[in-house]
Design a protein around this ligand. Structure first.
Ligand SMILES: Nc1ncnc2c1ncn2[C@@H]1O[C@H](COP(=O)(O)OP(=O)(O)OP(=O)(O)O)[C@@H](O)[C@H]1O
Ligand SMILES: [Mg+2]
Length: 258
């Protein structure tokens, strides 16, 4: 494959459909498949969760660095803005947690009530800066359309639209796909149908013109790990969720068909 910069995969969709679980499992599969590559997992959801799913401890978040930077500027630091920005970029690498086979970065939870827009626009630059330092980046997005609308996902190359069998879930991935056509420079996009009851696995789910990357059944093993707060990386080989995530990676052209 010719060098075309990082493969940036984003998990998007309605709340509670499995974005975080699938993002974590995807990171695990990429680590197994590409041990020599530089892999980064980004928790872009202020509600947090990817770190638990991957079993990593977070100390510094992107929002911590942003706030530090803003307070330095407001505090009248005499250095030029450019120097300060250089500093902030350097600090970004301090916020990366080194885990087994991958790095991890969390956007954090802004304390100021309401508005995530500042940290979202910062996150967009962070993704851009880090894309030259990694081969694969997996972003666990916030539920809904906001981060696509705010162009946080602009540089994403592979857009994964996650839904369950619900009408609402399917509506949300259509909205995201439609907005993403203008605001995301993706090469590939497709849906993962997740946590399907046996009946929907049999009959299928009509999602219109969005290609289906994988249909994944409801899996007690996954739900159990979540209840224990254990890492999804503990899912056994051959688990249906892991197999589904691998199929999705094949469908996206990231893994070769087995
Ligand atoms: N295929 C599956 N089988 C069984 N349980 C699942 C499956 N996928 C996800 N879950 C469970 O569903 C719940 C929600 O999953 P998850 O947190 O990954 O969703 P999310 O889209 O990230 O949610 P949020 O929008 O709140 O961030 C979790 O308890 C998770 O363990
Ligand atoms: Mg989540």
């Amino acid at each position: 494959m010719e060098d075309r910069g990082a493969v940036i995969i984003a998990m998007t969709g309605k709340g509670g459909v499995g974005k975080t679980s699938l993002a974590a499992i995807m990171v695990g599969e990429l680590v197994r498949e590409f041990p020599g590559k530089r892999i980064l997992a980004i928790d872009a959801d202020p509600a947090v969760g990817l770190s638990t799913a991957l079993g990593v401890e977070v100390e510094t978040t992107v929002d911590d660095i942003r706030r530090e930077f803003v307070s330095t500027v407001e505090g009248g630091d005499s250095r030029s803005a450019l120097e300060l920005l250089g500093d902030a970029r350097f600090r970004l690498f301090d916020a990366l947690v080194e885990a087994e086979g991958f790095s991890f970065l969390a956007i954090g939870r802004p304390e100021a009530a309401g508005c995530y827009c500042k940290v979202n626009s910062y996150l967009k630059d962070v993704i851009s800066v880090l894309s030259s330092n990694f081969d694969y980046i997996v972003i666990d997005g916030e539920a809904g359309i906001e981060q696509v609308n705010r162009r946080v996902m602009e540089k994403v190359t592979h857009l994964v639209l996650v839904t369950d069998a619900s009408r609402k879930g399917v509506q949300v991935i259509h909205t995201i796909r439609d907005v993403a056509r203008d605001l995301v420079m993706y090469e590939r996009a497709g849906a993962i149908l997740n946590r399907l009851p046996a009946s929907a696995m049999e009959r299928g789910v009509d999602i219109g013109d969005i290609p289906v990357l994988a249909a994944i059944p409801a899996d007690d093993a996954l739900a159990g790990l979540d209840i224990e707060g254990s890492s999804v990386l503990e899912l056994p080989d051959g688990s249906p969720v892991r197999a589904g995530v691998r199929r999705a990676l094949c469908g996206l052209g990231i893994l070769k068909e087995e």
